[in-house]
Design a protein around this ligand. Structure first.
Ligand code: GLA
Length: 726
């Protein structure tokens, strides 16, 4: 049984494949967290220490009294604001009397098969044939009547548990939710390193690791989207943890909007982690009987290091988050027009482009920005999704038909949530953009943000996009978002709902993406936001691949892809070979192969030799597709630690195949380079495809291969492919 309740001791035990999570209903209905970690075999329910020590200056609730227990030091499962627990709280509700004291106690619980969906929000799902069980614990505030349901789903085939929360107003009066975090986890010690993914445009998701210290530490986005700067991911790992050893807890919020991750280490050296919608830009008015749903968090525990934590995320996202046709169907190799031509596109040029790409083995042409309205640069026309007749005199359909008759699929670019001040849409509806009363909205890349929190605005933009999709045979959509949100306000929201805007905006985006997903299930969606500015699990639910970064320099990409892979699988990282001058095409392809492969250059400019090379790259893409998209990743030499070389391996889940890629960062690798393989079956034999030599898995792991002098040029790369032999 994945979820058990011991009535006598009032203890819940939740077991995933690799972890256990234990809670107890304590005196007064306080819900305590007793344990989260390696799976416990057996039933030691009485043996957990509740860690609820009273200290001087601790406070006590009248109904429980000043005994051993103090809410301020106890491992409270879902920390409340203003009722004796001074740590960063998970929930704060302003009631009709105007105070925000919130005190949740256990009311009831239920254990159900499967996993309920979260209304209007993307979330992970139970895959056919797999088993998941959900525990719903209802908590109640006796004074306001507000009920909070804590939801835990345990996936038995994975080391994964998801958590989410919903708040129901069971009183007669409206209340205001001032914070409703999706995750609250109390750790009995603070001796952890915190790992987060920070960055900026061109430099997304770089790994940052720091030791926890007393007080508050954390990351957040207040930019309207998850952003380039911080990702809604955090890991707490033991100080000695590396890729293979140590404990690692990873948490990833399935949300694309403003989020917050806060860790507080308090006076008794324990740590509380909360994660959810950023409370700084959020308040939600909840009328009587209404329910508010917070997004979910995916929680992974590994006691085999950070690498195993990542692999658990990867398998889970490939199986239980990414969905639709292209979850399993092979994705076409695309060529994107952007870096080759920027806005300077037209029918003739793109058809030429398509013919040349087809000869190489490319499978899809993506027409990026510049095809609509009067869009010759970035100052105009967002919101006018009508084909530009100067560039496409025959209209879109005949052009797309020609692309198809060349033998390529066809993809198109949109930026649905944006509006240019120079556009027909803006002329007709200046009120459609996000703006604060009496202020000119700020400009970012010469554009404003459309207020997609409003249904009529979504309908207006969808009408245009639908028109294009309905009347043309489009196989792929790139959905972009090229600025952050300022002037965060919807002119139509009443004053006491203004702080709902940021969340409503994201719900609006989800609604638009849902329209695309349900009306056009065969379209492959690639989401993008100035590269990887909205690279999060919520986007993965709609788009099986995401454009990882506008940085297409293979060497710059190493750090970005290493960082991104902490929780996101290779299958979702859009990665293209471009003309960025650093590195050889060979290295660019080797790096792009670790992702959803494509090209971002003008194929007509390649010479014969390069064309031959590209054909080989494409053959390799086909050969390694399943291995890379669904295999297990081992990050072996990290760009964040190594000076001379970077390496990663992908091993198929059945351990029959292994691809090692090494990139050399300097003219030569000075030391002896002995490479020891990870993840192989130690009892099996593997053949090195290059020279036919056969090694035992044990030999490759323990003795390793001498790769010294195998790559001796700066930014060169090589791959080694091993296959199991009987
Ligand atoms: C963003 C994307 C690019 C490209 C441009 C077009 O920057 O990340 O790939 O689509 O927009 O304007």
């Amino acid at each position: 049984m994945a979820i058990r309740f011991n009535r006598e001791n009032k203890v819940f035990i939740l077991d995933t494949k690799t972890s256990s999570y234990v809670m107890k209903i304590y005196d007064g209905g306080y819900l305590l967290n007793l344990y989260y970690g390696r799976k416990i075999e057996g039933d030691n329910v009485e043996d957990f220490d509740i860690r609820a020590k009273n200290a001087s200056f601790s406070l006590a609730a009248a109904d429980v009294g000043e005994g051993d227990f103090a809410p301020d030091s106890a491992p409270i499962e879902y920390g409340c604001d203003g009722a004796g627990d001074f740590r960063v709280s998970a929930i704060k509700i302003r009631n009709c009397n105007g105070d925000s004291v919130t005190d949740l106690r256990y009311l009831s619980h239920e254990i159900i098969d499967g996993k309920p969906e979260i209304k209007d929000m993307p979330s992970t799902y139970v895959n056919g044939g797999e088993k998941a069980t959900t525990l719903l614990i209802n908590m109640q505030d006796a004074v306001t009547g507000v009920q909070v349901t804590l939801k835990y789903t345990v996936f038995e085939n994975h080391g994964v548990m998801t958590k989410s929360v919903s708040v129901k107003n069971c009183s007669k009066n409206a209340v205001y939710i001032e914070r409703a975090m999706s995750l609250c986890n109390d750790f009995p010690k603070m001796d952890w390193d915190m790992i987060t993914l920070y960055g900026r445009h061109y430099y997304e998701r770089h790994i940052e690791r720091r030791r926890l210290a007393h007080g508050l530490q954390g990351i957040e986005s207040n930019k309207g989207i998850s952003s380039h700067c911080h990702n809604p991911f955090v890991a707490l790992v033991s100080p000695n943890a590396d890729e293979e050893h140590g404990e690692a807890y990873g948490f990833n919020l399935v949300y694309s909007g403003n989020f917050s991750v806060a860790v507080e280490c308090d006076y008794n050296d324990s740590a509380r982690l909360v994660m959810g919608i950023n409370p700084n830009t959020f308040t939600w008015k909840l009328e009587a009987n209404e329910v508010f749903d917070a997004p979910e968090v995916v929680c992974v525990y590994s006691n085999e290091g950070i690498g195993e934590m990542s692999r658990i995320f990867h398998r889970f996202y490939n199986n239980n988050l990414i969905n639709g046709k292209y979850k399993t169907e092979k994705r076409p190799i695309l060529i994107n027009s952007w870096e080759a031509t920027y806005f300077d596109i037209n029918e003739e040029k793109l058809l030429d482009f398509a013919r040349s790409a087809k000869e190489l083995g490319v499978e899809m042409l993506v027409m990026d920005d510049g095809w609509f309205g009067g869009r010759n640069d970035d100052t105009t026309s967002l919101g006018d999704w009508v084909v530009n007749k100067e560039k496409f005199p025959n209209g879109l359909s005949p052009f797309i038909e020609q692309v198809h008759s060349i033998g390529l699929k066809f993809g198109i670019w949109f930026e649905p949530e944006m509006i240019s001040p120079k556009s027909e849409l803006y002329k007709a509806h200046p009120d459609y953009c996000v703006r604060a009363e009496g202020r000119e909205p700020m400009l970012g890349r010469n554009q404003y943000v459309l207020d997609v929190s409003r249904k009529e605005v979504r309908d207006a933009v969808w009408l245009q996009i639908d028109e294009i999709l309905k009347n043309n045979k489009i196989d792929y959509v790139k959905w972009d978002f090229n600025r952050y949100v300022t002037d965060a306000n919807s002119v139509v929201l009443p004053i006491d709902r203004k702080k709902e805007f940021a969340h409503r905006f994201i719900l609006g985006t989800y609604d638009l993406m849902n329209r695309l997903k349900t009306n056009y299930p065969d379209i492959l969606l690639e989401s993008c936001s100035g590269g990887g500015g909205r690279f999060d699990p919520a986007m993965l639910y709609y788009s099986p691949q995401i454009w990882t970064s506008d940085n297409t320099d293979a060497i710059g990409r190493l750090s970005i892809q290493f960082g991104t892979s902490l929780c996101y699988p290779a299958s979702c990282m859009g990665a293209h070979v471009s003309d960025y001058p650093r590195a050889y095409y060979g290295t660019k392809a080797d790096v792009a192969l670790w992702g959803s492969f494509g090209y971002e250059l003008d194929p007509r400019k390649l010479n014969e030799e390069q064309r031959k090379e590209f054909k080989n790259q494409i053959a390799e893409y086909h050969k390694y597709y399943n291995l890379i998209h669904f295999g297990d990743l081992y990050r072996t030499l990290s760009p964040f630690e190594e000076k001379y070389k970077v390496a990663w391996q992908i091993v198929s889940q059945d351990k029959k195949e292994c691809l090692l890629t090494v990139v050399c960062l300097q003219e030569r690798i000075p030391e002896n380079f002995i490479y020891k393989f990870k993840g192989l079956d130690q009892n099996a034999y593997y053949k090195n495809e290059e020279d036919g030599k056969v090694y035992s898995g044990d030999f490759l792991a323990s003795v390793g291969l001498n790769l010294s002098n195998k790559i001796n040029y700066v930014y060169g790369s090589r791959k080694w492919y091993f296959i199991k032999v009987d």
